[in-house]
Design a protein around this ligand. Structure first.
Ligand code: KG4
Ligand code: ZN
Length: 325
């Protein structure tokens, strides 16, 4: 069974064709990073306009690379939240039009759930119960997953998301946008780490990163971040240490079989290494290109929803603040 996935929730216009929720036949991502970089972050109105001009060529390319046509598809899956309202509208309106014109069932997908399902696109199929750490530009969620669609939120961020913290820290250090890859790259050249505080928030699986960002800003103001690699490595180490400790503690408490990493920050190789080195159970993470926004994960997630009978058709609407649990 082939599903077309469409993703336009933020600044990537993406389309993909996936077989049985696991095998990628095509995965096209048109990034707007260069356009937004000069503003230091995503400009919502600019993002919507870019999606409008890119979405049809990206879908055509995904079908072409998968060597299929509309007739070969069983359904269309599209991200309908959470995300930027104008950006989501482009993907959802396009998917609704195709669904109506081609008579294809339409499945609305939660972007966060799609990030989790990027882990089903690898060779090894995840096994339940598992713990999933979603770390993206908008979310830092620790979720217990006992089966498909069965989620319990154990903890989340009380202020900045992990990716947001990376982006803000990069701006403080003058490293540009997006901040995560820039910090990771700069940190590779470090011989020592700048000492920065960690917010442990004892006896909870919640996170907080805004104090760390402020601490970095104060040091930048007094000129103590002059050694950029040292500052970047110190920041990265502080974020990763808290993410790893809280995830490992929750994995032990809830006796899970596996830990899954997902979301853009899961592309960070220091996080991946540290988690694998400390975890009491195997750690799975998608390849970096499937950690950041893409439509293969949307098709993979849409496949499960479709199998479970969740079909929206043309009544589907965008929900910018959609939650998972
Ligand atoms: O999942 P994603 O592509 O979009 C959202 O759903 O938010 O995540 C984007 C976030 C950005 O904050 C970006 O700086 C961060 O993921 N990111 C990284 C890395 N690559 C992307 N953070 C740390 N290290 C990376 N290598
Ligand atoms: Zn995302």
């Amino acid at each position: 069974m082939l599903l077309l996935g469409i993703e336009t929730s933020c600044d990537e216009t993406a389309a993909a064709v996936v077989e049985n929720g696991r095998k990628i036949l095509s995965n096209v991502v048109s990034s707007q990073i260069d356009i937004h970089a000069r503003f230091g972050g995503v400009v919502p109105e600019v993002a919507s306009r870019q999606h409008v001009s890119a979405v049809i060529p990206v879908i055509d390319e995904a079908l072409r690379l998968a060597d299929t046509h509309w007739e070969g598809l069983s359904a269309i899956a599209v991200t309908h939240g959470p995300g930027l309202a104008g950006s989501l509208l482009v993907g959802v309106s396009t998917a609704k039009a195709i669904s109506f014109a081609k008579g294809l069932p339409l499945v609305g997908v939660n972007h966060l759930e799609a990030h989790i399902y990027a882990n089903w696109l690898g060779e090894e199929e995840p096994c339940f119960p598992l713990l999933c750490l979603i770390v993206s530009g908008g979310h830092t969620d620790l979720i217990l997953m006992k089966g498909h669609g069965d989620y319990t939120l154990l903890g989340n961020t009380r202020d900045d998301a992990a990716g947001e913290a990376f982006d803000k820290a990069a701006r403080i250090l003058g490293l540009g946008y997006p901040g995560g890859p820039a910090i990771e790259k700069a940190a590779r050249g470090a011989e020592t780490c700048l000492k920065l505080p960690r917010a442990w928030l004892k006896d909870t699986a919640d996170f907080s990163f805004s104090g760390l960002k402020t601490a970095l800003l104060r040091l930048a103001e007094t000129g103590e971040t002059g050694n950029i690699p040292k500052a970047a490595a110190g920041f990265q180490e502080a974020v990763v240490e808290v993410l790893v400790k809280k995830t490992v503690d929750a994995a032990t408490t809830h006796k899970v079989k596996q830990i899954l990493l997902s979301g853009g920050v899961a592309a960070n190789s220091f996080l991946r290494q540290q988690m694998a080195a400390s975890a009491p159970v195997p750690v799975l993470a998608p390849p970096p290109s499937l950690c950041t926004d893409n439509a293969a994960m949307v098709a993979a997630c849409g496949y499960r929803r479709f199998q479970a009978g969740h079909i929206h058709n043309t009544g589907l609407d965008v929900i910018p603040s959609l939650t998972l649990v």
